[in-house]
Structure formats: C-alpha cells, structure tokens
Unconditional design. Structure first.
Lengths: 319, 520
C-alpha cells in the first residue's frame, strides 16, 4: 500500500520550549486506512492533528499529503490548500447557515455532487433545516458530508465521539465507520478512548508526551505492547506469579489471557469478585500472590478454590 | 501582508489611545510637575467636592441599585414588570437634564409651589447635596442592570439551601444573596462612579467645583492649557486608583461564578402587605428618578407649546447624523480590533487593546484636552489649521472615550463563537472576505447592534468633549440644552430635552428588549 500522508521529524514545543508536544515524530498513513492516534489529554495528539491540517505551525519537520509537500522549511500551505478536511469535536457547524449551505460552505462542488453526498449520508431531507433543529447524530453526518464533499486526500477526525453519552456513542461510532468505508476515505482519527480506537482503526499509534510509543494493528498493540505504559494504557494486566516466570524477571499477561475452570490443573482461592453487569472480575490468591481474571460464571463465590490456566501465547515481555 | 495583519490590532490600539498618551507625554516633557500653576486652595476645594460627590453618589447608587435589582429579579408584585422598565429608563437621561428639571421643580414659583398653590414654597437644591442626589438618580441603573442579572441567575440549589437552613430574610439577604452579587454590583458601581467623575454639565450647573469643572475653568476661563493638563493628570491618578481597586476586588470574588447556574430559582410572588410594600418602594424610587423629571419636562413643553422653537429639530438631525456616523465608525473599528487580535494575535496587540480601553474610564474633558494637544501639535507641524475644530477631531475624541464601551459587546459576541468555528472557516473557507462577511458579521449581528445602541446612548448624552471640540457654531442638541439652561431659560430646554431623551429612551428600550437580548 502506498502512503498518502507522511510525516518526518515533526517537532513542536509550547510555552517558550518548556513543553514538548511533538518530539521528532515520524510516521505515515496508507491510502484507504483508518489510522488512529490514541493518547491521554495533553499527550500532543490534538496538536499533531492541528499541525497536519495547517491550523498550527510546527517548529520543524516535513509533512507531505498526497504527493505534495505541504510543510517543510520552505513551504507552509494554509489549511484550505492542503486537501484535508476535519470533523471537529463539536462538529463546528455554522449556526446561521442551513444544512445545505453548511455542507457547501467554501466548496466548489457542483449541485449534483452536493446532492449525491447528502443522499449517501442520508441527510437529503434536512437541507433547508438549521443546525440547532437537527439531532446530534444528524449533526455528525452533516459534518461528515461537509468534510468529504471536496474529496479530501485525508479526513481528520478530532474526537468527534467524546461528550456523547454511551448509548448514542455506540450508534454514532458504527455509523461513522460505515460512512468512512463507504466513501473509501483515508482517515486520521484522534481519540483518548481505547474502545473507540479498537472499534474504528486499521492501525493505532499510541502517543504520550509528544512521542509516538508504538504503531500497530489494534490486536498487535493490545496483545504485544512494547512498553509498560502502552500495556497499562490499553487495559489491565497481571504480573505473573513467580512459578510461571521460569527464571525471567517480569512477565505479564492480560486478564483475558487467564482462563478459569474447575478442571484446570493450577488451583487458587477466590478472594474478591466484582460484578460489572455482563461479566465478573475475579481476584485469585495463588501462593501469596494475586492474579486477576474475567469470568461469566455466576456460581463463583469468594473463598472457593478454582482451577486456572494462562495462555502461553499471550504472555507479555518488555525488552 | 500577513505581517501587516498582525500589526493591525496594535496600531489601532495605539492610535485610539494617542490622545491620552499625548497628555501624559506632554506632562512629562513640559516637566511642570509642581502644581505651581494651580492655586492650592482651589485644588483642595476640587478635591473635597469631588470626593464628597463620589462617595455620596456611590452610597446612594448602591442603595437604589441593589434594592431595585433585588426586587425586580426575585419578586413578582403589583407592577413589577412595569417597574423593571422604569428602573432602566433613567439611563436615557443625561444627568444634567435631570438636574435642570429638579431645579425647575423645587425653585421659587416652581412646579412644586404651583402644585401646592403656595408660591413661596421652595427647596434650594443648587448645592453639593442636590447634585449628589441628582447624579445618583441618573447613575443607579448601572448597578440595577448588572445586579439584576446576577440576582436573577442565583441557582435554585442556593435558594433551597437557604430555606433548609431556615434563615430569616434579612440574614439570607446579607449573608447569601448580596455577597453572591458583589462582583456585578461592584462592576455597576465602578461604571456609575466613573460617569460621576466624568460629569461636567450637572456639577457646573449646580455650581459645585469638581475636578472636571476645574479643567474647563482653566481652559475656557483662563486659556491655561498646562493647568488643565495638570488637573487632568491628578484626575487620571484617581481613575487609576479606582481601576486598581476594581481589579483587586474582582480577583477576590472570582469564585462566585460557580454558584450561578442555568437552573435558576423561580421568582417569588408577593402577597398582602409585602406586595404593597414592594409596590410602594418601587413607586417612590421611580417617582424621583423618572416620573418627576418627565413630568417637569412635559409641563414645560406645555407652557412653551405656542412658542416652540422648531429649530430644535435641526439640532436633533445634526446630533442623530453625527452620533450614528460616529457609532458606526467606532463599532466597525472595534470589530476590526477584536477580529484582528483573534486571528492574528500578538503580545503587542493584547497590550494595545488594554491601552485602547483606558478612555472609557477617563472623563470626556480629559480626552478632549488630549485631542486639543494632539490637533495643536499636528496643525503646528503642518503649518495650517487642519484638524483643530474639525469633525475628525470630535469623532476621534468619541472613539478614544467610548471605544471600550463598544469593544465590550464585540468581545462578548466573539467569545460566544466557539474556536472550532474559526478552524472550520480556515479549513473549509476560501478567503478572508468570505470569512468576515459570510460567517463573523452575521454571527455577530446582535452583539454589534447592542454595541451600537450603547454607543449611541453614550454619545447622545456626552457633553464635555463635545463642548471642547465641536466645530465652530456646530451645536448638538445636548449643547443647545446646556446653553438654554445656562442662560436661565429652563422651560425652553424642555422641547430639545424631550427630543434627546426620546431617542435615547428608544435605544435603551431596544437594548433592554428581547429583540437584542434574546438573540444572543
């Protein structure tokens, strides 16, 4: 696959250089993929998106979009010449313009193209309404329609799913993925939510303190994190009991790599069960060490002796 | 080009503050630090009078403003909607017109005497107590308007807490509600006090020599510019002291915004004697601050009806065109300034924006003197009269004096526009022109309108700067009224006064209406 966006040695500091938000970052995004930057707030992910779009200037580095250099020591194209589009966190629809005017704002697309995009995003009936008259889900589709109308080389999504309650969020997330794939767009998605990242992404980059720590498919980064930070950020972990370590210093595993069952060879006592509705989180005591696991079995009780096994293929080691 | 855009806001700020800067520079360069040219006993008199008037009005304005604001925001009683309008309307009156009408009301053979059929009944109000009362009547709406918003937005949880703790009304008022409104009350008070400091027409008519009267005396009376400048600098120091106190106070009470919520407590319907009391208090306050002055003006108008000077209409026309033009120019510059500092920010821009807002707290007479200095300097350098006594000089003075009044509503408007809208227009928009005319001007319309109305009201009431700087023989309606009153033909001033107050009252009502407020 050929890269459509490539970033090299991008550097940016804030507050007179005391805060580093991009520490010589390099990566590329392939055509047609959904690439996610996942990180806590303050990790530098939003600044990265803003530098890519031209809303913020890097201190140094190179940004190429398509085959065009949009930023380097000599070039600095303004946002509207970079062939990018953004779906903003709060959608940023212009409140005084109708839906059709919003989508066509600043675009040179024809009336047919406009209609086509509105049909595909299922908002053709809303064209004369105003942003405050439509639902949050419809607003997302309008923002998406505006973003894809001019067929950008890359679509940037700046946490469009945050600030939305859980139930609606799942629906909008599914819709977003469907639309992006339907139009075959390359997308860069910024989020702090790992669930959104796993659901939407073809590849994920984990970012912290202005550094990209790891890039990989959702499964790769979850099952084979390259640092303790990435591992903890993506989910809970067990430090393996000593007898499973076989001389190694620190070996970890995810909670879902520990299977519980009456017939398994290793035994441990249940010391705590936390009910999460659709599953249980069980804490075991095993030779004065603790081990945690998930379970769907509602016959378990604190104090029970239970068998367990650890999936040897899913052990996590950091070099 | 991009560089130039970053310079726009700093340049604008510099130009706007130029009159005040030139005053300070002149003061330093001339090195006339000693108050040598000023008679010391006069200075003491100015100081005593100014201090008395300031503290007196502050006290009365607080009393009137807080009581009316609390009643209007928290209670429903007989006539409460009507009174919420009559409490705002004194803003339409320049203080000096209020003063003239009161003098006419209480004078020997005046209206009160006529009403009582006792021609000898009179009350001498042409003194410092009289002027203090008049200025308070004219300025209390500043506290009323701001405190009312604050009292009205007290959250229902606070009210529930008060009732759970079973606090008495007095205790709840003084320990909970009043402190919550401190920032708003203080902001209103500062506006009122600054206006009082700036007033020339009223104090001059009442014969109370304050600093602004002193400035006029030294300039018009003795043609002594450097004395006028020295007095201005002393007054500037007072202004800065007040501004400093305000910023300290504001910092102290910053926490308060968290107790105001969108979940507002409902108004209480008053019954029985409480209803009667609220009505009575409101009626008495409005009688003194609004009904008597309007009544006097209407009575004079009636007396004068057969000999009306229709020339007043041409003064009105002049005033309207001058004010509308100036207001539009100022609001347009304010828009440019805020737009430029939002999209092309620079540290210099922030500083110069602060500088440009100085004028609002600086009396019109001082700004006028600053402009005189500046135009003298320019005219002398060019070698002919270019700016002196021109409209440009007058509009420049208005700009310096009232720029802050307009920039407040423009900034407020811009602050309601999410930053992501800026980003969206950069990403999707085509050029600056489209951005301004298709996005920001339409979005800002209600704020620009309210900024325009505020400017219009301020300019229509303005007297000192206009008196100092008006082009030869160019009388605005405010000046015409001032001259008629100065020549002791008070009843003749009624017609132009009604015309002036009529137009400002329309602006005040519009500003207060849902038409402007509701669309924000």
């Amino acid at each position: 696959m050929k890269p459509i966006v490539s970033i090299e040695d991008l550097h940016k500091r804030f507050c007179k250089g005391s805060v580093c938000v991009a520490n010589d970052i390099s990566f590329s995004i392939n055509e047609g993929e959904i690439f996610t930057i996942l990180g806590r707030s303050g990790s530098g992910k939003t600044t990265l998106l803003r530098m890519l779009s031209g809303l913020e200037n890097p201190d140094s580095g190179t940004i190429c979009i398509g085959n065009k250099v949009v930023y380097d020591a000599k070039t600095n194209l303004p946002p509207n010449q970079r062939e990018i589009a953004i779906v903003f966190q709060n959608y940023a629809l212009l409140p005084h313009l109708s839906i059709a005017q919003n989508i066509a704002f600043g675009s040179k697309a024809s009336q047919e193209e406009l209609l086509h995009v509105m049909q595909k995003t299922k908002i053709e009936t809303l064209s004369s309404k105003y942003p405050h008259e439509i639902s949050g889900g419809q607003q997302q589709r309008v923002a998406l329609a505006r973003a894809i109308l001019d067929k950008p080389k890359i679509l940037l999504l700046d946490e469009p799913l945050s600030n939305i309650d859980t139930e609606l969020r799942a629906i909008l997330r599914a819709e977003l993925k469907e639309m992006i794939k339907l139009f075959g767009i390359t997308a860069l998605f910024i989020t702090h939510d790992k669930e959104d990242a796993f659901y939407l992404s073809d590849r994920i980059a984990i970012m912290d303190g202005g550094d990209i720590l790891q890039i990989g498919t959702p499964k790769e980064v979850y099952n084979h994190p390259n640092s303790l930070y990435c591992a903890n950020f993506l989910g809970k972990m067990n430090l393996l009991p000593k007898r499973f370590m076989q001389g190694e210093k620190e070996v970890y595993c995810r909670l879902d790599a520990v299977r519980l069952g009456r017939d398994f060879e290793h035994k441990a006592r249940i010391i705590e069960i936390v009910f999460y509705g659709n599953f249980y989180e069980v804490t075991l005591e095993c030779e004065n060490e603790t081990l945690m696991a998930y379970s769907f079995d509602d016959s378990l009780n604190v104090g029970d002796l239970i068998g367990f096994e650890i999936d040897a293929n899913r052990l996590i080691r950091f070099v | 080009m991009q560089k130039f855009k970053h310079l726009l806001a700093p340049l604008l700020g510099l130009v706007i503050s130029l009159p005040i800067l030139s005053l300070v520079i002149y003061f330093i360069v001339q090195n006339d630090f000693g108050v040598t040219s000023i008679n010391l006993s006069e200075l003491v008199l100015y100081f005593k009078n100014t201090a008395f008037v300031l503290f007196g009005t502050a006290f009365l304005v607080l009393f009137l403003g807080i009581s009316t604001a609390f009643m209007s925001a928290r209670f429903e009683y007989f006539g409460s909607r009507f009174f919420s309008l009559t409490f705002v309307l004194p803003l339409a009156f320049p203080a000096y017109i209020l003063g003239y009408s009161y003098v006419g009301f209480f004078e020997f053979h005046g209206i009160l005497a006529t009403l009582l059929s006792q021609p000898k009944v009179k009350l001498d109000i042409l003194n410092i107590y009289g002027v203090t009362a008049i200025l308070s009547f004219a300025m209390f709406p500043y506290v009323f308007i701001l405190a009312r918003v604050s009292f009205a937005s007290i959250s229902s949880t606070v009210v529930e807490l008060v009732s759970l703790k079973q606090l008495s009304f007095c205790k709840a008022f003084f320990t909970v509600y009043l402190p919550l409104a401190y920032p708003a009350i203080f902001a209103g008070l500062v506006l009122a006090v600054m206006e009082v400091l700036s007033d020339y027409g009223t104090v001059a008519y009442f014969g109370v020599d304050t600093f602004s009267v002193g400035i006029f005396k030294s300039w018009f009376g003795y043609g002594n510019l450097s004395e006028a400048i020295n007095l201005s600098i002393i007054m500037l120091i007072m202004v800065f002291t007040i501004m400093f106190a305000e910023s300290r106070f504001r910092a102290k009470f910053r926490f308060i915004s968290s107790t105001h919520s969108s979940n507002k407590a409902p108004k209480i319907r008053l019954q029985g004697w409480r209803n009667a009391l609220a009505f009575g208090v409101s009626f008495v306050i409005s009688t003194f601050t609004l009904f008597i002055p309007i009544g006097v003006l209407l009575y004079w108008f009636y007396l004068d009806f057969n000999t009306l000077d229709w020339g007043a209409l041409s003064y009105l026309y002049r005033t309207l065109s001058l004010n509308i033009f100036s207001s539009l120019a100022i609001i347009a510059l304010a828009f440019m300034m805020v737009y430029a500092s939002r999209f092309y920010p620079s540290r210099l821009g922030v500083l110069s924006q602060k500088l440009s807002m100085l004028g609002y707290s600086i009396p019109g007479a001082i700004v006028g003197i600053g402009i005189l200095l500046l135009t003298n300097f320019i005219d002398q350098s060019v070698g002919k009269v270019l700016l002196g006594g021109s409209f440009v000089a007058l509009v420049f003075a208005y700009l310096t004096r009232y720029f802050a009044a307009s920039i407040g509503s423009v900034e407020n408007g811009f602050s309601k526009i999410d930053k992501s809208i800026d980003d969206a227009t950069k990403v999707f928009g085509t050029d600056e022109f489209e951005r301004i005319f298709r996005v920001y001007l339409p979005l800002m319309r209600p704020y620009l309108l309210s900024g325009f109305l505020i400017l219009y009201i301020d300019l229509a009431k303005e007297l000192p700067a206009t008196l100092l700087l008006r082009p030869f023989n160019y009388d605005t309606i405010a000046i015409r009224i001032y001259e008629l009153a100065s020549n002791e033909i008070l009843y003749k001033s009624a017609f132009p006064s009604l015309l002036l107050v009529g137009t400002t009252a329309i602006a005040v009502l519009l500003l207060n209406s849902k038409f402007v407020r509701g669309r924000r």
